[in-house]
Design a protein around this ligand. Structure first.
Ligand SMILES: Cc1ncc(COP(=O)(O)O)c(C=O)c1O
Length: 309
């Protein structure tokens, strides 16, 4: 595929794969063709965005960092009194059944979604959700688009900010991502691919779908961790830097320091580490990204180690 110079990209761009037209989706214990996979219009997730999800990657038949994803998922469910109706082992079994039914062992990505379930009436009160959770797993054949590694993502800073934890804690991987969706729309309107979001104090925080890092004079910086998703990939990158003598800091920094970075990259389960080409039209560094490349190689080796690849 060749792209026009200003075609839009996202960190979730994947190589086209026709097999995804016929995947089987897990819906409450059944595996059904994607055209037949449906949830009720009364579902709490559809009506209110009342649910939690996790995105995970399959490598060598193993869901990478499954325990870390489950720590986040079960903590989120507990915080919003959502009983997923499954143990960790039950989740793993459902994920593996879905992968197996689709003949997937590597280069697959899943979205596990659990909502408060079908409501009796079309209103907000959680007590109206009485029939138990809705559990859906979409697993797709998915290889992140390699072209993004050279091209990088164009970010725009946006008016939409990350929220305080006492409104809707940005650590919830909730079905409602409206805050992030609005940010992404604003970035798109500004001619960028994705949004760079600031925290309530004006410090650089994160993007609408990934965590954000800069590299300055060999040091790796990311936000304090307040106001952003507690990304599994973020945590792995920080740990890898520490273990490999790369100075890494979780700290407040401003756009002044982001614009002047030598390198910048995004982290997320889907694309691992994705370089940033520009912020608000200002190119980041000179296009040489040795630290990002090193971290990417370390992360790849870690994934191979934990998945027996
Ligand atoms: C807003 C946001 N930031 C960052 C991430 C990346 O998190 P992870 O590395 O756990 O995939 C996600 C993924 O769910 C996200 O939604």
């Amino acid at each position: 595929m060749t792209d026009a110079p200003h075609a839009s990209h996202s960190t979730h761009d994947a190589a086209a794969d026709d097999r995804n037209r016929d995947i089987l989706i897990y819906v409450n214990g059944e595996l059904v063709h994607r055209d037949e996979a449906k949830v009720s219009v009364y579902d709490s997730g559809f009506m209110l965005g009342d649910g939690m999800w996790e995105g995970m990657r399959l490598y060598n038949g193993q869901w990478a960092f499954f325990d870390e994803h489950m720590d986040r998922f079960f903590a989120s469910c507990k915080a919003v009194s959502l009983d997923p109706g499954l143990t960790r082992e039950g989740v793993l079994e459902a994920l593996n059944r879905t992968a197996e039914a689709n003949g997937m062992t590597s280069d697959a990505h899943c979205r596990l979604m659990v909502t408060r379930g079908v409501k009796d009436k079309p209103f907000q009160h959680p007590a109206l959700s009485r029939s138990g959770p809705t559990v859906v797993i979409i697993a797709e054949h998915s290889k992140p688009a390699e072209s993004l590694q050279a091209r990088g993502i164009r970010l725009a800073t946006v008016p939409q900010v990350r929220g305080l934890p006492n409104s809707q804690d940005p650590k919830f991987n909730s079905h409602s991502k409206l805050n992030c969706v609005i940010a992404c729309l604003q970035a798109e309107a500004a001619g960028a691919d994705e949004a760079l979001m600031l925290d309530p104090h004006g410090f650089v925080n994160t993007t609408n779908a990934c965590n954000f890092f800069v590299v300055r004079k060999g040091e790796v910086w990311t936000s304090t961790g307040d106001y952003c998703m507690n990304g599994v990939t973020r945590a792995k990158v920080i740990a890898l830097c520490r273990a490999n003598g790369i100075p890494v800091f979780e700290k407040n920094f401003s756009l002044y320091e982001a614009y002047g970075a030598d390198e910048a990259f995004l982290t997320g389960t889907f694309g691992a580490q994705t370089p940033v080409a520009s912020i608000d039209g200002k190119p980041i560094g000179d296009g040489d990204r040795p630290v990002t490349a090193r971290i990417r190689a370390l992360y790849k080796a870690l994934v191979a180690e934990v998945t027996g690849g």
